[in-house]
Design a protein around this ligand. Structure first.
Ligand code: PXP
Length: 240
């Protein structure tokens, strides 16, 4: 069964637009769990333009499902994660000013760095996932970083889905196979939505978790948050 982890950064973006506490990200996290999601993802960025470091600290005792913190492992980020001790940390090589994550790790070039950082998280018992492009070579080398899982970056799948979904998913099938060969757990995320999620989950065996934010929170404007979470869960249930 593939778990749904909802990235609630967009709720914080809306809140930050007015400076108050509407919408309330803590209430949203509690409700999203109540509606059935199996995890909550937060992606604090150095400029705190959506989720703030303070939100991460406040949400830790509130989130009862899988708490996943993702981000670029700067020293500030590492210290935050070591203090909060989430169930999972997802490491992403994004620049501070990047609009959103747009590539996975070069697991050859950054292997030593990743080994060091992952070792620090493992000392605290935190499971680690690293954001990876759908390239078998990168996945094989990811194993040597010590990571527990990889999160496949699904933007190319999502953008190719409508034109030729078989072609779009092919690299992900190969990357998933590579992960299975070396015993890595498999997550996926970025640009997954109600149109493309089912086909992805149906064709990627052993998919443990999807992390979805932008489309899900946008869909909630039309369908409501409770319905939307259930619609996404249904795609995953049908595909299993
Ligand atoms: N995974 C990672 C590493 C991300 O950076 C993001 C976006 O913050 C997501 C998943 C979720 O992507 P989306 O918001 O497009 O669903």
């Amino acid at each position: 069964m593939t778990h749904l982890s909802v990235n609630i950064n967009k709720i914080a973006t809306l809140r930050n637009a007015r400076g108050g506490n509407i919408p309330d990200v803590q209430k949203a996290a509690i409700d999203i769990e109540r509606f059935g999601a199996q995890g909550i993802t937060l992606h604090p960025r150095p400029d705190e333009r959506h989720i703030r470091y303070k939100d991460v600290r406040l949400l830790k005792p509130i989130v009862k499902t899988e708490f996943n913190i993702e981000g670029n492992p700067t020293e500030d980020f590492i210290q935050l994660v070591l203090e909060v001790i989430p169930a999972q940390v997802t490491l992403v090589p994004d620049d501070p000013n990047q609009l959103t994550s747009d590539h996975g790790w070069d697991t050859i070039k950054h292997k030593t760095f990743l080994q060091d950082v992952i070792g620090r998280f493992h000392e605290k018992g935190i499971r680690v996932s690293i954001f990876t492009d759908p390239e078998p070579e990168m996945v094989h080398h990811a194993k040597e970083t010590g990571t527990d899982r990889v999160e496949l970056y699904t933007e190319s799948y999502a953008s190719g889905y409508h034109k030729d979904r078989e072609k779009a998913i092919a690299p992900f099938v190969e990357a998933a196979k590579a992960g299975g060969e070396v015993g890595l757990g498999l997550n996926a995320g970025h640009d997954l939505d109600l149109n493309n999620l089912r086909y992805f989950a149906q064709n990627i065996p052993g998919l443990m978790e999807v992390s979805i934010g932008h489309a899900l929170i946008s869909d909630a404007l039309y369908y409501g948050l409770e319905n939307t979470v259930q619609l996404y869960l249904r795609e995953l249930v049908i595909s299993n």
